[in-house]
Design a protein around this ligand. Structure first.
Ligand SMILES: Cc1ncc(COP(=O)(O)O)c(C=O)c1O
Length: 382
């Protein structure tokens, strides 16, 4: 028998998966498509991985090992100015799982969640799989792709809206939301009694602006779920480790669903995660310093060759306007790949308002970025 649920069939085909396959098959392709650090996991973390690997034949506690939760509490107090308790934390298989669990537990079928557009391509499938209604919040280039609280006010519905997703620093735009804007969003959440789902996967990859966690603002404990990840900060994507911090009842519900989806995050990753949180700042600074140089280079080159690109304040993506050359970003990306073997992600992968843009990741060696920019320049001249 072959029967696939309509729910699954209605999911969009992600371009990224196809691209990764293509770049594995054809080594001459330069990929600016990948959304993960090109750095190795920091050496001390690898050392601990080898050391702990012998003792990982058992499950961990479903919501996360107590020692890890305690280390997370210390970290979020120090770095994010969020005070919480062990009951406010659930450890998950990457922050992607945490986002899914929060959506499943905070929203019923047909209730609404506000989703920035363009935004990380993991949100919409999670929302749609759960038959929750996404309400797009258009992010505009002339506002540096920052969320506009007035747009939230226009569409929020006291009965139906249950959550607002924010992502700072943003994938794909690199926008870091200013504190005064976070304060406005916080007021809206309190006035309308909704959650804010704050995805902070790139919190440590910030260049010029100060990053603020909305969960640190006064009175937000009851409203904010903060999603954090080990993937980008410590280059630990493959360890599949993340966590959410939020209101006790919701975290409790998320922990129950987590048991039925993945049981527990991998024991090895959790043990290593405790040590990763102790990583010396110099490792992160060095990595961010390299991203910064690449960012400055790619933004300068993009603007020189005619693709208007705002300097991202965080994360490792350049989001470039291609409208002077092509109105359709999927056609532009396909032509570019066919003619020059440079892979980029069409902006529409991040939502309809990503039309007219491409996302280029600079989590790639500078020499490859240089070569990709030369090929792109030639492509545009032709
Ligand atoms: C904005 C954002 N949030 C969440 C994730 C998921 O990260 P992970 O599940 O590896 O923690 C990603 C991955 O690329 C991302 O870009």
């Amino acid at each position: 028998m072959v029967h696939i649920s309509e729910r699954e069939l209605e999911l969009p085909d992600a371009v990224i998966g196809k691209l990764i396959k293509l770049t594995i098959e054809d080594k001459s392709i330069i990929s600016l498509g990948h959304g993960e650090p090109d750095f190795n996991t920091f050496k001390p973390i690898i050392k601990y991985t080898k050391r702990f690997a012998k003792n990982c034949n058992h499950y961990s506690q479903p919501g996360g090992r107590l020692e890890l939760k305690e280390a997370i509490l210390k970290k979020i107090k120090k770095d994010n100015k969020i005070n919480a308790d062990v009951d406010n934390v659930v450890v998950t298989c990457g922050s992607q799982e945490a986002i899914f669990l929060a959506t499943a537990c905070a929203l019923d079928v047909s209730e609404e969640v506000m989703v920035p557009n363009p935004s990380y391509l993991g949100y919409m499938p999670a929302v749609e799989l759960l038959n929750v209604n996404p309400v797009p919040l258009q992010l505009k280039e002339n506002n540096k792709f920052e969320i506009n609280p007035d747009d939230i006010k226009k569409v929020i519905n006291k009965k139906r809206t249950k959550a607002i997703i924010i992502n700072s620093p943003s994938n794909p735009t690199g926008n870091v939301i200013r504190k005064n804007v976070l304060e406005e969003i916080a007021d809206i959440a309190v006035d309308n009694d909704v959650y804010v789902f704050s995805d902070e996967a790139y919190e440590k990859i910030v260049y010029d602006k100060k990053f603020v966690s909305i969960g640190s603002l006064n009175g937000m404990q009851k409203h904010v779920v903060t999603f954090q990840s080990f993937s980008k900060t410590y280059a630990m994507c493959g360890y599949r480790l993340g966590y959410a911090v939020g209101p006790r009842k919701l975290i409790n519900a998320m922990t129950s669903v987590h048991v039925y989806t993945t049981v527990t995050a991998p024991t090895l990753s959790q043990l290593v995660g405790i040590k990763a949180l102790e990583t010396k700042q110099k490792y992160i600074d060095e990595m961010v310093g390299i991203y910064r140089k690449r960012r400055d280079f790619i933004v300068k080159r993009m603007n020189e060759i005619g693709l208007k690109t705002i300097k991202p304040d965080g994360a490792f993506y350049a989001f470039s306007n291609i409208r002077n050359f092509d109105k359709k970003s999927s056609r532009f990306a396909a032509d570019l790949l066919r003619k020059t073997k440079v892979a980029v992600i069409p902006g529409t992968e991040f939502g309809i308002y990503g039309e007219g843009y491409i996302r280029c990741s600079f989590a790639t060696h500078i020499k490859l970025i240089e070569e990709a920019m030369n090929r792109l320049e030639k492509f545009l001249k032709n």
